[in-house]
Design a protein around this ligand. Structure first.
Ligand code: PMP
Length: 418
C-alpha cells in the first residue's frame, strides 16, 4: 500500500518487528520505482557503458556506433593530439600519481604550470587548482563565507554550490532563479555590515539558460557583497577569449572569484578558482577540500594546461559551436518539441517531457536510433521537470546535426512525443 511505501513507514515497520534498523530501508521506495520502470522493458538510463570511444562525438554503446549528444565535451578537446601528447609525456616524466596533498608532497611542476596556464587564460593574479570542480565549489564557498557571513545563492544552483554552503557555517539565503528583483530584495534584508557572498552561475546546466550578470552584479555591488561566478559551462565557449559568460557580458572587473572545471570544455578532470584578490592565495592554507585530498595526477594537469592554452585561440570552434547550438534548438522546435529556453542561450538544449515514462521512452528511442542524450530528472532538475538534455560539441559537423534532427524526428514520432 502507499502508506507502507514511505521511507518513515518502512523504517518503522522494521523496528516494530525487532530487526536491526536497516539504514538503507529509506531508499526502498526509490528502488521500487526504479524496478517498476525497468520492468516496462526500457534500458536503464543511468548505467550506460561506452565500450569504445572513437572521437569526442562518437562512441560504441552495446556494440553500436552512437552519436554523443550528452557530454560536456563542448570544445572536443579529449582527442586533441597535443593534449594527449602532453599527458603521455607527463606520465613518463612524473609517474601515474602524486599520492599526496597539494600542501605536502602533491605539488609537481605540472600543477604549477597548469595554474600558470589558468592565470594566462583568465588574466588573473591567482589561480588555485582543486581535484574536481565539485571540490572547488565545496572548498571556496565554505572557506570564504564563515560564521556570521551570508551566502546568497540562486535557487537553481548546482549541487556542489549547495554542498559548499552546507559544509560551512554561513547563513544561507536563496533567491528566485535569475531574478534580479528577488536578489535585491533579499540582500536588502541582511545586516548592512555583515560579510556577503553572492553566488551565481554563468550558464545554468539543467535548462542551459544564462544569468543576467550585469544586472545581478550591479545589485550585489549596491549591497556591498562579493561575487563568485561558476563558469563550469561557460568556459571555452563564451567571450572573445573563452573565459565565460562574465567575459561575454563585460563584467570581468566586477566578479571577485571565478570557479571552473576541467571536466567540460577542457576535456579532462579537475577544478579551479581564479581571482585578483591580493589575499586569495591564503586559501591554500585554510581550505579543507584543497588540503585534505590527493592532488590530481601529473598527466591530468599536463593535459589540462595544454588544452587551456589551446582554448585561448579557439575562436573558430566557438563560432561553429554557436552555429550548431542555434540550429539544433530551432530544428527541435520546428519538429514540435518543447525546449526549456525560447532561443539557444548556450550549447545545452534541454527538451522538456511531461513525465518520467515519456522521457525514458524517448531517451531509449533516440539511443536505438543512434543518439545518446542525458536524461535528467528530479531532484537534479528545477521544478520537478523531466529533461532530455542535449549538449553540442564543436566537433559535431553540419551533417551530424542534420542526422541528429532526423533521428529526433523518427524517435519522437515513434513514441508519440511530437
Ligand atoms: N559547477 C557546475 C555548474 C557544474 O555543472 C558542475 C558539474 N556538472 C560542477 C560545478 C562540478 O564540476 P566537476 O565535474 O569538475 O566536479
Amino acid at each position: 500500500s502507499e502508506a507502507i511505501d514511505t521511507p518513515e513507514a518502512v523504517a518503522a515497520t522494521d523496528r516494530v518487528e525487532g530487526h536491526t534498523s536497516d539504514l538503507l530501508a529509506k531508499f526502498r521506495p526509490l528502488i521500487a520505482e526504479r524496478e517498476a520502470l525497468l520492468a516496462t522493458g526500457v534500458r536503464d538510463p543511468f548505467s550506460i557503458v561506452m565500450t569504445e570511444v572513437k572521437s569526442p562525438t562518437l562512441a560504441v554503446i552495446q556494440g553500436k556506433d552512437t552519436i554523443l549528444l550528452g557530454t560536456y565535451n563542448y570544445m572536443g578537446m579529449t582527442f586533441d593530439p597535443d593534449v594527449i601528447a602532453a599527458g603521455k609525456q607527463a606520465l613518463d616524466d612524473f609517474g601515474s600519481g602524486t599520492t599526496g596533498s597539494r600542501v605536502l608532497n602533491g605539488t609537481y611542476n605540472p600543477h604549477k604550470d597548469c595554474e600558470q596556464a589558468l592565470k594566462e587564460f583568465y588574466g588573473t593574479k591567482s589561480a588555485i587548482v582543486f581535484s574536481t570542480g565539485y571540490q572547488a565549489n565545496l572548498g571556496v564557498i565554505s572557506t570564504l563565507a564563515g560564521k556570521g557571513d551570508y551566502i546568497i545563492l540562486d535557487a537553481d544552483s548546482h549541487a556542489s554550490i549547495y554542498d559548499g554552503c552546507w559544509l560551512g557555517n554561513a547563513e544561507i539565503v536563496r533567491f528566485r532563479h535569475n531574478s534580479v528583483e528577488d536578489l535585491d530584495k533579499r540582500l536588502g534584508r541582511l545586516p548592512k555590515d555583515a560579510g556577503k557572498l553572492v553566488v551565481l552561475e554563468g550558464v545554468y546546466s539543467m535548462f542551459g539558460d544564462v544569468a543576467p550578470l550585469p544586472e545581478m552584479v550591479a545589485v550585489a555591488k549596491k549591497h556591498g557583497a562579493m561575487i563568485l561566478c561558476d563558469e563550469a559551462h561557460g568556459m571555452g565557449f563564451f567571450g572573445p577569449n573563452g573565459r565565460g559568460v562574465y567575459e561575454e557580458m563585460g563584467v570581468e572587473d566586477d566578479i571577485d572569484f571565478v570557479i571552473g572545471t576541467f571536466s567540460k570544455s577542457v576535456g579532462t578532470v579537475g577544478g579551479f578558482c581564479v581571482s585578483n584578490h591580493p589575499d586569495f592565495e591564503v586559501l591554500r592554507l585554510v581550505c579543507r577540500p584543497y588540503i585534505f585530498t590527493a592532488s590530481l595526477p601529473p598527466s591530468v594537469v599536463a593535459t589540462a594546461a595544454t588544452s587551456i592554452r589551446k582554448l585561448m585561440h579557439a575562436g573558430d570552434k566557438r563560432a561553429h559551436l554557436w552555429k550548431n547550438s542555434k540550429r539544433l534548438h530551432q530544428g527541435l522546435r520546428d519538429l514540435g518539441y518543447t525546449i526549456a529556453t525560447e532561443t539557444a542561450q548556450s550549447a545545452i538544449i534541454a527538451v522538456m517531457l511531461p513525465d518520467q515514462e515519456r522521457a525514458v521512452a524517448l531517451w531509449q528511442a533516440l539511443l536505438e536510433g543512434g543518439v545518446y542524450v542525458n536524461l535528467a530528472r528530479p531532484p537534479a532538475t528545477p521544478a520537478g521537470t523531466y529533461l532530455l538534455r542535449c549538449s553540442l560539441c564543436a566537433e559535431h559537423s553540419d551533417e551530424r546535426v542534420g542526422q541528429i534532427l532526423g533521428i529526433f524526428e523518427a524517435a519522437g514520432k515513434a513514441v508519440g512525443a511530437i
